[in-house]
Design a protein around this ligand. Structure first.
Ligand code: GLC
Length: 465
């Protein structure tokens, strides 16, 4: 996944000399106990502590999240989880036929033609993928882009996936990965952009109406959009198509969000998958860096959990902490890929990690300092994984209620889960810590075909007799 453009400008280059053993030019405020340092060790410890969540605090997050789920389901004021009804059930596993899938909501848009063969089997017949932003060439997700431009771009990609065919009728499932208010499986209105998307004229609109208009402009009336689902729902459907006992689907990528199958045991509503928009959860122990990032973002006050955990923000959080540590104004614009590079460096002298940091800060550091800066990067990542784990625990416990614990799968997709070092490990660890004896019953599975396969399944499910 390519990084999106940085959230904030790079701070003015700061130079306060070198690190340990390189005293030349160090400013007096960086002298500690007679040793010249690139940064203050006490301050470092303080910053690292700001990113540390102990087990008790984590348990509290899980409890608060579970309470917010109930409040959100009941539509109570003050709930931070939207708990959006998807109007999707779970697939039977027998879905058959060829469908189009459009996947919109991350760095790339993808259109695929997928043949469902039943029993969890499928085949991708064609696939087209394009980035939504090509620096210097186009940017369909900035505030300068219009809905028409964006949806024309999507229609062109779909056109490529069907080789310009205007004869065959295709039912299209649309994975649209933003908070949407639905009245049925196909009617989804974008509530508000997240993940720093800002295209004009889409908020408040029925997204498949915009898509249908764009398809009509290209004469593609043989393509019929029939379902809109969130990417979390797509992951859940895709995983449930292959494995029974999958009730939770989650994305841990540019954005972070989770859905689950709610059976409304009290009979108050028909069972359905709920898109929680869990990135919006707001009762969390925020650090000063979370607040800085929030203030600089497109939608201050919104998506507070997402801004602590997802790929769109992890590098920026690190950049905010580092700027504070080094006495710079602003935020260094790290991407989560660069953060991964810093963490991956296992060499004793942390030379590769140092190179990434030095390129951004214009400062040089000793090997010992580089190791600390790597520790800080790790702390940002570990906090992310632990918070996400706490949300899974809350959902598992909510679903379980007073009942016996069930063996189950939690399906996860996304570049952060899949590619950022230590994330999967700490997610599992925190799950084990919080679930105790029940942890063995929960298997986390990677479902990385989810967004497209799920969309095809959603389209197929509309043809159920
Ligand atoms: C953001 C969106 C949400 C989506 C998630 C992952 O949180 O609001 O709808 O599921 O990103 O893409």
């Amino acid at each position: 996944q390519a990084p999106l453009p940085p959230l904030t400008r790079s701070p003015s280059p700061v130079s306060n000399g070198g690190g340990w053993g390189e005293p030349i030019g160090a400013s007096p405020q960086f002298f500690l106990g007679g040793v010249t340092m690139g940064f203050d060790r006490e301050k470092f410890d303080e910053i690292k502590a700001a990113f540390t969540i102990d087990d008790d605090a984590l348990r509290k997050i899980a409890d608060d999240f579970r309470a917010d789920m109930c409040a959100g389901l009941a539509g109570k004021e003050g709930a931070t989880l939207r708990m959006l009804r998807s109007y999707a059930g779970l697939p039977s596993g027998k879905e058959h036929g060829s469908f189009l899938a459009l996947d919109f909501g991350g760095t790339n848009v993808r259109a695929q033609r997928i043949l469902l063969k039943g029993s969890g089997e499928y085949e991708v017949l064609s696939r087209v993928a394009k980035p939504l932003t090509l620096p210097g060439v186009y940017d369909y997700v900035s505030a300068d882009a219009t809905a028409e431009e964006l949806f024309d771009f999507l229609a062109a990609i779909i056109d490529e996936a069907i080789d310009g065919n205007r004869e065959t009728k295709y039912l299209l499932g649309h994975t649209f990965s933003f908070p949407s208010q639905q009245t049925n499986l196909n009617n989804a209105k974008l509530i508000v952009w997240t993940k720093e998307f800002a295209t004009q004229g889409v908020e408040g609109k029925v997204v498949n109406d915009l898509l249908k208009e764009a398809l009509a402009r290209r004469g593609m009336t043989n393509v019929v959009p029939v379902a809109v689902i969130n990417d979390t729902v797509a992951v859940l459907l895709a995983a449930a198509y292959k494995h029974e006992h999958t009730y939770i689907g989650s994305i841990y990528a540019t954005g972070q969000n989770t859905c689950y199958y709610e059976d409304f045991a009290d009979g108050s509503e028909p069972p359905t998958v709920i898109n929680m928009e869990s990135g919006g959860f707001g009762h969390l122990p925020f650090s000063k860096y979370d607040d800085i990032l929030d203030q600089e973002s497109e939608q201050p006050g919104a998506q507070r959990l997402e801004k602590m955990v997802s790929g769109r923000y992890l590098g920026t959080l690190y950049g905010a902490a580092l700027a504070d540590l080094l006495g710079a104004d602003g935020v260094y614009p790290f991407s989560s890929i660069e953060l991964s590079e810093i963490i991956t460096d296992a060499h004793l002298d942390r030379h590769a990690a140092g190179a990434v940091i030095e390129a951004k800060t214009g400062m040089t550091f000793t090997a010992a300092e580089r190791a600390l800066l790597q520790e800080l990067a790790t702390a940002v990542i570990v906090r992310s994984a632990r918070i996400v784990a706490a949300t899974y625990v809350a959902i598992i416990q909510h679903r379980m209620g007073e009942n016996e614990f069930e063996n189950q799968f939690v399906a996860v997709d996304g570049s952060v889960y899949e590619k950022v070092p230590l994330v999967a490990h700490h997610l599992r660890g925190a799950l084990d810590t919080l679930l105790l004896d029940e942890a063995v019953n929960v298997k986390i599975i990677l479902e990385n075909a989810g967004s497209a396969l799920g969309a095809a399944l959603a389209a197929a499910m509309t043809t159920r007799k």
